[in-house]
Design a protein around this ligand. Structure first.
Ligand code: ZN
Length: 202
């Protein structure tokens, strides 16, 4: 006798949901059953949104933030932003917390990570050359290093400061006051605003 189980398509749905961050086995099963029993319209919308995001979303060729494939992001395309002020962050997800604090009117640069030899991440794995190119084309600019305050973040900031020292720019670092060992995504807007205002030269 064969034991009863969900049809293969449902098992595949559960397996796919289980691969999402923060979704365990029971959560995946509950979500899958909810889609089947009550949320078929939502399932179709979600499916379309996932397909669209997977196919159409890429990274901005200038700064590395998320954007529609083949286009620059909203910030890089905004002529009212200061083109002589760069805010360097580790990940694209660090951009919006800064943007939402409302005081920064310059451009962003996402490194794509931080230097961490133990994890196999070296400077050449990050978007450093592109940053240097952008800084060279904006003589006299300020580069704010808004990378994290953990060990890897500090090492990344020091490395960038060395690379930028020969160029015609001012290098600053956001002030401490960020929670130690945490990324920008965990900071509230006021902490971020103060950290930006209290940035210091290196
Ligand atoms: Zn951009």
């Amino acid at each position: 006798m064969k034991a009863q189980d969900y049809p293969p398509a449902v098992l595949e749905l559960i397996a796919s949901l289980k691969r999402m961050p923060g979704v365990g086995s029971r959560g995946a099963e509950r979500l899958a059953l909810w889609f089947l029993q009550h949320g078929r319209n939502d399932a179709c919308r979600l499916s379309a949104a996932l397909t669209s995001a997977a196919q159409d979303i890429s990274t901005c060729p200038e700064c590395g933030f998320f954007t529609t494939a083949g286009e620059r992001c909203t910030a890089c395309d905004d002529p009212t932003r200061r083109a002589d002020l760069f805010c360097v962050v580790e990940q694209p997800t660090d951009v919006l917390p800064i943007e939402r604090c409302g005081t920064f009117r310059g451009l962003y640069h996402c490194l794509g990570g931080k230097i961490s030899p133990l994890d196999g991440v070296m400077p050449e794995d990050l978007s450093v050359e592109k940053l240097l190119t952008r800084v060279r084309s904006a003589p006299g600019c300020e580069v704010i290093l808004a990378v994290g305050s953990d060990v890897e973040g500090e090492a990344t900031a020091l490395y960038l400061a060395e690379q930028l020292a020969a160029l015609n720019c001012t290098v600053t670092r956001i002030a401490q006051g960020m929670p130690a060992g945490a990324g920008l995504g965990h900071a509230d807007p006021i902490t971020l605003m103060r950290a930006l205002e209290g940035r210091r030269g290196l």
